[in-house]
Design a protein around this ligand. Structure first.
Ligand SMILES: [Zn+2]
Ligand SMILES: [Zn+2]
Length: 129
């Protein structure tokens, strides 16, 4: 049967993906795939680097806004369920680095999932006074 030694890592090759935000093709490099593999991430990146950077900037902007301004903006945060990978929304800012689960998975499994949440923050129109 199988010996104690680890199965060799699969050989990675650069993959060309299209950014879901701007549609521009980008390369999911072998090195990045190795990184994802090591982290146990199953879903390949969906955005090119510029879009990812812009998304993070928006997120940080919102964070600082919430920190300085006492009034909490109504937000809808799009996150990818760390468990099943489906897109779901939550009305709060998930802690960065913490896995976010969709309702189903949250109810089903309350175990730690070593996957980072990938939040997409959207501003909602303010509620009418
Ligand atoms: Zn893009
Ligand atoms: Zn889920």
């Amino acid at each position: 049967m199988e010996a104690e030694d680890k199965t060799p890592d699969p050989a990675f090759e650069d993959i060309h993906l299209a950014c879901i935000e701007c549609g521009v093709p980008f390369v999911f490099t072998a090195g990045e795939q190795q990184f994802f593999f090591d982290k146990g991430l199953k879903n390949p990146p969906k955005r090119c680097k510029p879009c990812k950077t812009r998304k993070n900037e928006r997120f940080n902007q919102l964070l600082s806004m919430m920190a300085t301004d006492g009034s909490r903006p109504r937000i809808q945060v799009e996150v990818e369920c760390a468990e099943c990978g489906i897109q779901t929304t939550v009305p709060f800012l998930p802690t960065q680095g913490r896995p976010v689960l969709c309702r189903d998975c949250f109810v089903r499994a309350r175990v730690a999932v070593p996957v980072c949440a990938k939040p997409v923050v959207k501003y909602l129109p303010p509620t009418a006074a």
